[in-house]
Design a protein around this ligand. Structure first.
Ligand code: SAM
Length: 290
């Protein structure tokens, strides 16, 4: 039986388990398993887990990170979509009595209900080596649902980590940067090369922690309108903000109305959306509703 923490995060042991269970990696599930102990330590440390914490792990794979989470946290709930991995997890996690494995798609899981059922009175953190095909929808769901969680510490594609942390003026700045900065403070804990995974992904990765803010970063009277304006701005990134707003199907402002609100902000009507801060998008939304 493989149940020691140091056993799993190793190419040889991972290969042995894969072979024993005749497991085939599913590209469609973004399966790249972590095989580097140093990187695993970095994710676990970045997550700042305390003994009394509850942890949700998205996509435990064969349980490499789950073992380490079980050692640190009060309780771990690991949500895995691939049912072929469930018998493997039953073996690799058999030494722990503080873990629950849920065979489900995280995008179809009621996480608010899961938190109140599984972690009453506990501080909850999300930790994951995320499947790259679905990173942004998972992160946006976690943020927009306003779940009672302290932080989200995740391994993502390097470019996505950079986009989450970018500010105006950077080529990586976009709707994701603004959404993340509205809900959370970011910290990039590590850059991770492809050889730390089995199989190797084509791209580099990064570990980022999003610490959820108690209050949103800015006050805005119509949050949905602010995010629609952000979507409009980056949907047509090379156009002026005035045209991007007037052309966006999800909004019904004329070019004149958009230009007037932008001028009220003290900005030129030829400015592009990529130059605006979150605070300016919030003010723009307020001017358009007042
Ligand atoms: N945590 C493991 C590790 O670090 O070695 C595996 C990480 S692997 C990048 C992503 C994992 O997420 C895989 O186990 C995959 O099957 C699982 N997964 C993919 N899509 C999922 C979804 N929608 N819901 C839950 N798990 C998912």
């Amino acid at each position: 039986m493989v149940n020691k923490v140091s056993d799993l995060v190793n190419a040889g042991v991972t290969a042995q388990i894969i072979k024993k269970y005749d497991f085939s990696f599913q590209k469609r599930f973004g399966q790249n398993f972590l095989i580097d102990d140093h990187v695993l330590g970095k994710i676990i440390d970045a997550a700042l887990i305390e003994e009394s914490d509850g942890v949700i792990e998205i996509g435990p794979g064969i349980g490499t990170m789950t073992q380490r989470l079980c050692e640190r946290a009060g309780k771990v709930v690991a949500i895995e979509i691939d049912r072929e991995l469930i018998p493997i997890l039953s073996e690799t996690l058999s030494a722990y009595d503080n873990v629950k494995i849920v065979n489900a798609d995280v995008m179809k899981t009621d996480l608010a209900a899961l938190i109140s059922d599984e972690f009453p009175g506990m501080n909850v953190k999300v930790v994951a080596n995320l499947p790259y095909y679905i990173t942004t929808p998972i992160v946006m769901n976690l943020l927009e649902e306003r779940l009672p969680i302290d932080s989200i510490t995740i391994m993502v594609q390097k470019e996505v980590a950079e986009r989450m942390q970018a500010g105006p003026g950077s080529k990586d700045y976009g709707a994701l940067s603004l959404a993340v900065s509205y809900y959370a403070d970011t910290y990039i804990a590590a850059n991770v090369p492809p050889n730390c995974f089995m199989p190797r992904p084509k791209v580099g990765s990064g570990v980022i922690r999003l610490t959820i803010r108690k209050d949103n970063a800015v006050n805005v009277s119509d949050e949905k309108l602010m995010f629609d304006l952000i979507r409009a701005a980056f949907n047509q990134r090379r156009k002026t903000l005035t045209n991007a707003i007037a052309n966006y199907s999800g909004l019904s402002y004329t070019k004149e109305e958009a230009a007037a609100a932008i001028q009220k902000l003290g900005l030129s009507e030829t400015i592009r959306g990529e130059a605006l801060t979150l605070e300016q998008f919030a003010k723009l939304a307020d001017f358009l509703t007042s």
